[in-house]
Design a protein around this ligand. Structure first.
Ligand SMILES: [Fe+2]
Length: 395
């Protein structure tokens, strides 16, 4: 156990079915909102945007809608959204939807008051790493998916299409001031997205448990999330209207966000960002699922110590196994979970990617998001990283 750590999660989390209506009564952090949401139709079709607009109306708060955000959010929309917020005099931001609009809302919140281009502030890859000097606008996060955990962490992940880099970023100001996590807003999510996003949360938890910056609180959140997702994701994929399973997954996702705030993701996330930067049609969760078996097999061979607890959280009776089989029991349980949620047919070769790109993917992962490799429990070489990518193409 690491015995020296910080714990700072300043978000007011309002959690539970039906609690979106409390947006009408909670103290808002401003008088005019920029509502950042997806370019897709679901927030309108299922009435989520109307609920937000009605609540703001009760407050007498004005709003402007920016609804261009793509599933892999891009830097151009951050700049456009920030310009719109400035023009319209918005003094707080609401991110409504999956991780993409909420992450974009965080990045827009930074850029409303800071000069220059968003990439000037990015620390990895071709980013200039300049300090953020002006305070971000306050942000309210209203997730409609259970996956990213962005409602309970300061991180935002944005893609620069020009440089093919997808990089995480955040400041002390980019924790949402309020997060309304209402599982009823997640009932409409189709099975394949439920599966991808649930596994994103699963990997935030599993990676955060393995990271060399784990701490007692992140361990509690991690193992709880792994357990809840293993038990409930197959149920929600099978029956999207199962509110109990949706509620368990929403809490697992928020807990995994707390893991990202108190521990960290590790290099699997850097490697996935390379896949979806090279081919934006790779959904983040799907990319992680395709990477996961070769990745965790490698890690369980190199640093087996923390894997038995993860297997146990997945329901494996590890004590009944010979000691040398306990770490890999996690990988076996992971394969079963992937099958149980109908994702065992995912194949990287069906995307616009090929095995010969493994060295370029490893370069991208270790350059754009190199920091996460320093948090791995085992320091892998570039050759080993290439080897994992090659195994993904051979799976
Ligand atoms: Fe993720």
């Amino acid at each position: 156990m690491n015995s020296s750590f910080n714990f700072h999660i300043p978000t007011n989390i309002i959690f539970g079915p039906g609690r979106i209506k409390e947006l009408a009564t909670v103290d808002l952090p401003g008088k005019k909102a920029l509502i950042v949401t997806t370019a897709g139709k679901s927030v309108i079709k299922f009435g989520y945007l109307d609920k937000v607009l009605a609540a703001l109306k009760e407050h007498g708060v004005e709003s402007v809608i920016f609804n261009k955000i793509l599933p892999n959010p891009i830097v151009d929309h951050v700049m456009e959204g920030a310009a719109l917020a400035r023009e319209q005099g918005c003094d707080f931001i609401i991110g409504l939807g999956g991780g993409s609009p909420i992450d974009s809302a965080k990045s827009i919140a930074i850029m409303v008051n800071n000069p220059g281009h968003y990439w000037d502030y990015i620390g990895g890859g071709s980013g200039k790493g300049q300090p953020v000097t002006e305070k971000a606008l306050p942000l309210i996060a209203i997730p409609t998916t259970a996956g990213t955990g962005t409602e309970a962490d300061p991180w935002t992940v944005i893609t620069n299409m020009e440089t093919q880099e997808k990089i995480g970023f955040g400041t002390k100001d980019t924790f949402p001031v309020i997060a309304i996590v209402d599982p009823e807003l997640m009932l409409s999510l189709p099975p394949h997205l439920t599966a991808y996003q649930g596994m994103d949360a699963f990997f935030h938890a599993a990676e955060g448990y393995l990271a060399n910056v784990n701490q007692p609180a992140s361990d509690l959140f991690s193992l709880s999330s792994v357990k809840l997702i293993t038990e409930n994701l197959p149920k929600a994929v099978k029956d999207g209207s199962d509110i109990e399973a949706r509620t368990a997954l929403a809490w697992a996702s928020t807990q995994s966000g707390m893991v990202e705030s108190t521990s960290s993701c590790i290099s699997q996330h850097s490697m996935e960002h390379a896949l979806s930067a090279f081919d934006p049609s790779v959904t983040h969760g799907a990319g992680l699922i395709m990477l996961s078996v070769p990745y965790f097999t490698f890690m369980a061979e190199k640093v087996p110590e923390r894997f038995p607890a993860l297997a146990k959280a997945m329901g494996v009776d590890v004590d009944a196994l010979p000691e040398n089989e306990r770490p890999m029991a996690f990988v076996t349980a992971l394969k079963k979970l992937i099958k149980d949620i109908g994702c065992d047919g995912l194949n990287i070769n069906d995307f616009n990617l090929e095995k010969s790109q493994a060295p370029a993917l490893a370069d991208n992962a270790m350059n754009a998001m190199g920091f996460l490799f320093t948090l791995d429990p085992y320091a892998m070489s570039k050759e080993e990283c290439i080897g994992i990518f090659e195994k993904v193409f051979e799976a």
